[in-house]
Write a protein that binds this ligand. Sequence first.
Ligand code: ADP
Ligand code: MG
Length: 349
Amino acid sequence: MKIGIIGGGQLGLMIAQAAKELGHIIYSLDSNDECPIKSVTDYHIVAAFDDVNAINELIKISDVVTYEFENIILDKIIDSEKKIIQGLKALKISQNRLLEKDTIAKMNIKTPKYTSFEMKKKMKYPSIVKSKTGGYDGKNQYIIKSDQDIDRIQIDNPENYIIEEYINFDYEISVLCTRDIFNTTVVFPIPINHHKNGILFTSIVDGSIPKEIIDKAVEKSRTIVEKLDYVGTMAIEYFVVGNDILFNEFAPRPHNSGHYTIEACNVSQFHNHVLAITGNPIIEPILVHKSIMLNILGQNLCYIKNSYNYDEAYLHLYGKKEYNNNRKIGHITIIAENNLSILDEITKE
Ligand code: ADP
Ligand code: MG
C-alpha cells in the first residue's frame, strides 16, 4: 500500500522503517527537506504542517495516512474516503488537555484534580500549570507553589491553560497498546519512565511493576482505546501512587517510551501500528528481553561512544542535521536482562 506519513521526525522515520519491512511505499510530508524520514521515504512533500492543501494532497495520493504528532489542523482536512484509519476523534481530543482530561474523567478513570486556569482559586498548592495545546517534552508547564508563583509565571492567554494538582507519584508508566480494525486490542509490556527536565530520559522494562498495577493499567487502557474507537498504536501515560494509578495523557500514535519494543519484543510498536492501519490483524506482543531505552539529546553525544563498548546496546541515530541542546537525536536500547549497571557506564560524562 501507499502509506502517507505526516511528519518526518524520528517517529515518522521508525513508522516508515517498519512499513518498508512490511513491503509498503512511503509518501511523507514535513516542512524540513532534510528530516530523518528522508533516508527511507519514496516521495517527500516539503510543506508546513498547517498547509492544508499539501496535507489534502498527501491524503489524495496515499491509500492510508498516519501522523507522528498530534498538532495537525483538523478543520479543513478532507478525509472523505476515510484514509486516516486511526480516526480523527482521538487526535482531536488529544490536541486539548482540558478536553482530554474531561473525556477520560467521563470514562470513570481517575486523573489528577484539574480545572481551567480561570478557575485557579479552586486548586491547592503545589499545582502545575500546563498549556492546553501544543505542549510536549514538558514545554509550557510551570510548577506553582504559592500565589506569588502564579503572579510570576508569564502566560500569554489564561484561556489557553489548565491547572492541575501536582502529584507526588511513586513512579510513572506508559501503556503502549495497539487496536486493529477487528476490535482486537493488544498491550505491550509496560515500561517505567524517568524524566529529566520534563523530557523522557529512560524507559525501563524489568518486570518490577506489581501485577495489581499492571492489571489496572491494562484495563483502563483497553477502555480508553475502545471508547475512542481508535485504530493503531497509542501510548497512555499514568502516575502510580501506592496502589492507585492516575491518568496523565495519551498520544494517539507510537511513542518515545515504546522504542524499546524494537529490540526487546517479538513485535514493535511500529510494526503493530502499520499492521493495524493497513487493515491487518495485529500481533500479541511478548517481552523477549528485559530492557532499558535511553534517549540521546544533543548534549549527550558521549553516550554514543560509550555504547560502543557493549554488545547489549543497540544504537539508533535519527540522522538529524542539527544536534541542539535538549533535542532528541537518537536512542539506545540496552538489552539489560539483570545488568542495570550498563546504563551507568553509558551515561558517564
Ligand atoms: P508532555 O506533553 O510535555 O509530555 P506531561 O503532562 O506528560 O506533558 O508532563 C511532562 C512530565 O511532567 C510528566 O511526565 C511528569 O514527569 C511531569 N508532570 C506532569 N504533570 C504532573 C503532575 N500533575 N504532577 C507531577 N508531575 C507532573
Ligand atoms: Mg507526557
